[in-house]
Design a protein around this ligand. Structure first.
Ligand code: G4P
Length: 526
C-alpha cells in the first residue's frame, strides 16, 4: 500500500444497498463493479443471481430458487477510494442476516424503483439504518421507463420514510421521453443515450443552457427548469453535515440497466459518504485511526464453496491494521488466536488478504471458534463492541433426526448452522426436545436442505407455527409454569424463555405471574 495508514483509512467507503426485491440492486452492484474494474463483463453478478455463473455458485439452494441467500462482500478501487459493498439478501425471510450486515457498514445506498415508489422491504431496512444514524444515499432507478412523477417520489420519501431529501439532480422526462438529468450539484445537464462527447452540457450561472440547443426545443426542458426552480425555492438546502448525520438523503435519478446516472452517482457518493467512524465499545469509543487492531464478527457462513467445505467468519475491521499471521485476543474466550487463514472478497474470486484497515471486511477461516458478535482485539486493553441486534424469532419448528443412528451429524449440523445466526435453537426444559426459531419460513427450508446436503442428515420438521417469544430476566424460573400455551425453553446460551401461543397468552401469563420479568430482545435496540 502506497498511502500511509491514516490516508488508507480515510479512503474507505463501506456500504450496503438496501432495496425491495426487483428494484435493481443486482444491476446497480454490477454497474458499480464495472466502473471499479472489479469485473470485466456485464452479466457477472446478474448471472450469479440466476445461477448461470458457475464459480460463484456457492449454494445449491441459491441456484434452485434464483434468490440470493448468501450475503457477499465486494471490493473495488475508484478514484483513490477503496469501496466495500456488502450485499444483503433481498428476500425478507433473511432479514436478520441483513440487519446484522447493516451493523458493519458506514452508509447505505437505497434503490427505489421509480414506478413503484417506496416498498415494504425498503421501509424495514431504512428503519434499521435510521436507528443507527447511517447516512443514506437514494437512487431513483428505472427512469428509462414510465414511473411516478419525481415530485411524488420525493414526497413519498418525506411522508413514508420521514427523511428530508435533497435532489442532486432532476430527471428531464422519463420513459420513452427520457432525455437525461439536470444536475443541480454540478450545474450541468447529463444527456441520456448520446455520444460520450455530447454527454454533458454545462450550464450558465443562472442554471440555463447557453445559446441554442436541441434539448431546449422540447417542452421537457422548460418543465424541468420550472421544477428545479421550485426545488431551489421550496426544497431543503444542501448540507453535507446533515447528509453525514443521516438526516438528509441526497437523491439521484438514473437508470442502472442503461448505466445512466450511475457514474455521477458513484462520484458524488464517494465525495459525501463518510469514511469509517468511531464505534462504541465497553471501553468507550474506538477510533478507526488508533493503532491497535480491532473488529467484530457480524456474520458466519459455512460451506460458502462446496468444494472447500469451509466456514468463514466475516469481520468488520474497526481500528488498526490487520496483517496476516497476527495474533488477536477474543475477549469472550479469554484466549489468543493466530490469524493465518484469511481472505478478502473481490467480485470474481477470493484472494488471500495480507492487510486490511478500518472499513474493510475480512473473512477468517473458522473451525468453530467464533460466534456472531464476537469482538477481536490486539493491544493490552480488552473490550467488547456494542451488542449486535438480536431478532426475536416468530416461527417455530420441532426438529429431530430421521435416522437415530446418525445423531452425531445431526448435532454437528445444527450446532454449526445455529452459529451462523439465521436460525435460533431452543430446548424444551423437560424433554430436551430441539426447537428451531426463525424470522421467516424460508430459513427452515434452507436449514433442512443444508442439513441434508452438507451434513448428510435427514431431519423431521414438525411445525409449531408462530409464537410470541419472551426471555426471562434472571437465571431461574419455576419450571412448573411451562405448559402448551406458555412453553418454557432454554436458548443455546442456557437462558430461559417462554414461547407463548399468542399475545393474549402472554398477557394472561403476565397477569398471573407478575413476579416473572419478561423481555423482548428487540425492544433493547428500538
Ligand atoms: P434486485 O437485485 O433488486 O432484485 O433487482 P435486479 O437488479 O435483478 O433488477 C430487477 C429487474 O429490473 C431486472 O429485470 C432488471 O433488468 C430490471 N432493471 C434494473 N434496473 C433497471 C433500469 O434502470 N431500467 C429498467 N427498465 N429495468 C431495470 P428482469 O426482467 O427481472 O431480469 P432480466 O431478465 O432483465 O435479467
Amino acid at each position: 500500500m502506497g498511502k500511509n495508514f491514516k490516508d488508507e483509512v480515510l479512503s474507505r467507503r463501506t456500504f450496503a444497498i438496501i432495496s425491495h426485491p426487483d428494484a435493481g440492486k443486482t444491476t446497480m452492484t454490477e454497474k458499480l463493479l464495472l466502473f471499479g474494474g472489479a469485473i470485466r463483463d456485464a452479466g457477472t453478478v446478474k448471472a450469479k443471481k440466476t445461477g448461470k455463473y458457475a464459480t460463484s455458485d456457492w449454494m445449491e439452494i441459491e441456484k434452485q430458487r434464483g434468490i440470493s441467500v448468501t450475503s457477499s462482500v465486494m471490493q473495488f478501487d475508484y478514484d483513490g477510494f477503496r469501496v466495500n459493498i456488502l450485499d444483503t439478501p433481498g428476500h425478507q425471510d433473511f432479514s436478520e442476516d441483513t440487519y446484522r450486515t447493516l451493523m458493519a457498514v458506514d452508509s447505505a445506498v437505497m434503490i427505489i424503483d421509480s414506478a413503484k415508489g417506496i416498498e415494504e422491504q425498503t421501509m424495514k431496512l431504512f428503519k434499521v439504518c435510521r436507528m443507527r444514524g447511517i447516512p443514506i444515499f437514494t437512487f431513483m432507478n428505472k427512469l428509462d421507463r414510465q414511473g411516478k412523477p419525481p415530485l411524488e417520489l420525493l414526497a413519498e420519501l418525506e411522508e413514508v420514510l420521514g427523511i428530508e431529501s435533497y435532489p442532486m439532480n432532476w430527471p428531464i422526462g422519463m420513459g420513452k421521453e427520457f432525455l437525461g438529468i439536470y444536475d443541480r450539484y454540478h450545474n450541468r445537464i447529463e444527456q441520456f443515450r448520446v455520444e460520450e462527447k455530447d454527454r454533458f452540457i454545462p450550464l450558465k450561472n443562472d442554471g440555463e443552457i447557453e445559446g441554442d440547443h436541441a434539448i431546449k426545443k422540447t417542452g421537457l426542458y422548460d418543465q424541468t427548469l420550472d421544477e428545479v426552480l421550485l426545488l431551489n425555492e421550496a426544497g431543503n438546502e444542501f448540507s453535507p453535515e446533515r447528509i453525514a448525520a443521516g438526516n438528509l438523503t441526497p437523491v439521484f435519478f438514473g437508470s442502472a440497466l442503461t448505466t445512466f446516472g450511475v457514474q455521477t452517482f458513484l462520484e458524488s457518493y464517494l465525495q459525501f459518504a463518510p469514511p469509517p467512524k468511531p464505534r462504541n465499545s465497553s471501553a468507550g469509543e474506538i477510533d478507526p485511526l488508533s493503532e491497535n487492531f480491532s473488529g467484530f464478527v457480524f456474520k458466519i457462513q459455512a460451506n460458502m464453496n462446496p468444494a472447500h467445505r469451509d466456514r468463514i467468519a466475516f469481520i468488520r475491521v474497526c481500528s488498526g491494521k490487520f496483517e496476516r499471521g497476527m495474533s488477536v485476543n477474543v475477549p469472550r474466550l479469554g484466549k489468543q488466536i493466530k490469524l493465518s487463514q484469511s481472505t478478502s472478497f473481490m467480485a470474481e474470486e477470493r484472494n488471500t488478504v495480507e492487510e486490511a484497515v478500518s472499513g474493510d471486511i475480512i473473512g477468517l477461516y473458522d473451525t468453530g471458534t467464533y460466534q456472531i458478535g464476537d469482538t477481536i482485539t490486539t493491544g493490552k486493553e480488552q473490550f467488547q463492541f456494542e451488542r449486535l441486534p438480536q431478532f426475536t424469532p416468530e416461527l417455530f419448528m420441532k426438529v429431530s433426526a430421521k435416522n437415530v443412528m446418525k445423531q452425531k451429524s445431526f448435532y454437528k449440523g445444527i450446532e454449526q448452522l445455529v452459529q451462523e445466526g439465521a436460525i435460533q435453537l431452543f430446548k424444551t426444559v423437560r424433554m430436551e426436545e430441539y426447537l428451531l426459531g426463525a424470522v421467516g419460513q424460508l430459513q427452515f427450508e434452507v436449514f433442512e436442505h443444508r442439513m441434508k446436503n452438507e451434513y448428510n442428515s435427514d431431519v423431521i420438521m414438525e411445525r409449531l407455527g408462530s409464537k410470541v417469544a419472551r426471555w426471562v430476566d434472571g437465571d431461574t424460573v419455576n419450571e412448573n409454569l411451562s405448559n402448551s400455551r406458555s412453553l418454557l425453553v432454554k436458548d443455546r446460551f442456557g437462558k430461559y424463555a417462554f414461547l407463548f401461543e399468542n399475545e393474549f397468552a402472554l398477557r394472561w401469563f403476565q397477569d398471573k405471574n407478575p413476579e416473572v420479568k419478561l423481555y423482548n430482545p428487540m425492544d433493547m435496540h428500538d
